[in-house]
Design a protein. Sequence first.
Length: 227
Amino acid sequence: MIAERIKELHRYLPSNVQLVAVSKFHSSREILEAYEVGQRVFGENHVQEMTAKYEILPKDIEWHMIGHLQTNKVKYIAPFVSMIHSVDSFKLLAEIDKIAKKNHRVIDCLLQIHIAEEETKFGFSFDECRDLLMQEDWKSLCNVKIRGLMGMATLTDNQKEIIDEFSSLKSFFNEIKNDWFKEVHSFDTLSMGMSNDYKLAIQSGSTMVRIGTTIFGERDYSRKDNI
Ligand SMILES: *Cc1c(COP(=O)(O)O)cnc(C)c1O
């Protein structure tokens, strides 16, 4: 089942759109089913769970942190994480830089932008993100590479609302690229789209989708054996 769904997604996704298989609350055995048909990029939202899986799974897996990250936990994932999608403050960016340096690494980061209606979702507003870039402190951080932006649409059946949110993030991405990263080829990633809205996200210009439920089925948040 998992293998079939991965293969189907790989067939469906345009070649410029990367698939992050969101494996949170699913077991290493299930991750391996996806791995065996060529999936290498996996997304997790808890530091402890990601670290435990990293330790037992093949080392060519690229681990993406997609959930809210506390500064005091950066040290646990800095040695191996491939990309952090959820940078939502300068303080966190500076901490990732500091710890990445200790690990002799440069860590790819996305700035998380709040586009949904819901109050609870983390991320910068457009203005907060503009302010952060205007401060220019980030330019001296040599051990993080800002690769682009990440956003989550409102959880709704209203397709128009979702499309409006994704389109506004795409326009904002173009603005930021033009204002700050015009000649920077590595600023190339717009992470948007999950199981229920990835098709709309791709139509709006996503280059990276984060898909869990469609691949692995519903998550069981009570399970304790999810490593
Ligand atoms: C859980 C999660 C996903 C995947 O959600 P699905 O609806 O299961 O595809 C994507 N992005 C983030 C940030 C998540 O926390």
